[in-house]
Write a protein that binds this ligand. Sequence first.
Ligand code: DHE
Length: 498
Amino acid sequence: MKKLMWSLPISALCLAAVIQNTQALETTAQGAEALYKNNCESCHGMGRLGGLGPALLPENLGRLKAAQAAEVIKNGRKATQMPAFGNKLNDDEIKQLTALIYQQPAQEPVWSAAEINASRILNKEKLGDKPVFDADLMNLFIVVETGDHHATLLNGDTFEPITRFQTRFALHGGPKYSPDGRYVFFASRDGWISKYDIYNLKVVAEVRAGINTRNIATSEDGKWVIAANYLPHNLVIFSAEDLSLAKMINTDVDGIVSRVSAVYTAPPRNSFIAAMKDSKEVWEIAYDKADFPLRRIGTDDYLDDFFFDPQYQHLLGASRDGNNASVIDLDSGKKIATVAIPGMPHLGSGIDFEYNGHPVLATPNLKTGAVTVVDMDNWQVVKTIETLGPGFFMRSHENTPYAWVDVFFGPNKDKMHVIDKKTLEMKAVLDPAPGKTVAHVEFTKDGKYALVSIWEDDGAVIVYDATTLQEIKRIPMSKPSGKYNVYNKTRYVQGTSH
Ligand code: DHE
């Protein structure tokens, strides 16, 4: 392959998995290719690009260890259509297939406009303009359940599910709503974008944007959806109306080869802002101008995880060494400060609120058990709040006194911290499911209730009174990875991440 993906830097979290995967045994290529063709190709596609089943390329498998892949081939995968091959293939054949899928294909995979256009699926049914159920449309939640690849539409007043539907395999990143909250767009790691009509409880359009996709963003005017891809190296813009292709923006430019880490919407700027994985740049794409003009902002470090201040005037990007964050003024394109945050801040999960009359941001850290609070008036660290381990997701709401942060990694993954935003002291540490991973919080529209995930296949969403911290209800769900309230997300309520 000409483009050497493995020589490029990769995110810290998946490093371990990648090292393991690239240690996969050399295969007798001929035999493995034939085994693939006869047993796997009809679902996983020619060239291992994916089809009914996910793509089987090293980049797409970065999060699955080779031993686990062999196990899936042998015994099948629960809650998917992947059958068990254990009675058809012997151990040596399974070993060969496992080795094959962790090898780069001889030909570099292509996903051009032709493949994108050919992948598009439109639901041609005539659908009505009124919701087919009765609920406060602004207080609905989409809960993504990655355990069995489903999503639940949850009524935020009654906490009763309205419907539950199958999604594409392995969704990642927050689903994004249209400004009126009627439609929600999902992205899968395999590149599928699905547009779901909440009023009619139906998928209305789908398109495959790439082979390995990071996330999507929707424009504030409701017209565009953009996908950030690792493979190919590009950003792809679609009409939000019917997911038809509007523009592909190649990110391998000026001799620099770069994947795209993520893309976000900056509503006051009418632009999308993209984080580059392998180039020292931030890209801004104007979505309100013809042909989506691009502005490239040079940075002095690789910045691939972002926090934006509420005005979208400043961007905080975590540096790759995980020891500090750069503050970039998005108007001038200049770096204006460096904030020392030694624990590898997870800025994408950062939230903002007011503390002592100052706007602050609070971010969990991926390497240390700490939440870092930074004054956005002077970019100084106000406080480092000790937690019981590295956290992944943090959330609050403008109407609640507390900020909630999980632990996610290590022995205390079952704990949930509740921090008082007025004092920056720990108000409580919740322990609702000892031994299980407890993560990710979202609030009802009014901020009165906090919904917390028990992140297990036989998990649940727990509803808490966000003031008394009493448990109100437990709704069984299959690894509910994220919950997204229509009002909080479409109104960019303070305390929600972008
Ligand atoms: Fe995520 C959001 C990157 C691993 C679950 N994750 C995001 C976003 C980025 C990101 C850039 C913001 C995009 C958005 O919401 O539009 N995630 C990364 C990584 O680089 C990392 C560390 C490695 C990787 O393999 O991609 C990573 N993420 C994970 C997981 O292992 C998680 C826990 C399980 C999973 O399903 O993959 C995970 N990421 C999530 C979730 C969100 C997310 C649930 C949305 C959070 C939200 O509330 O908005």
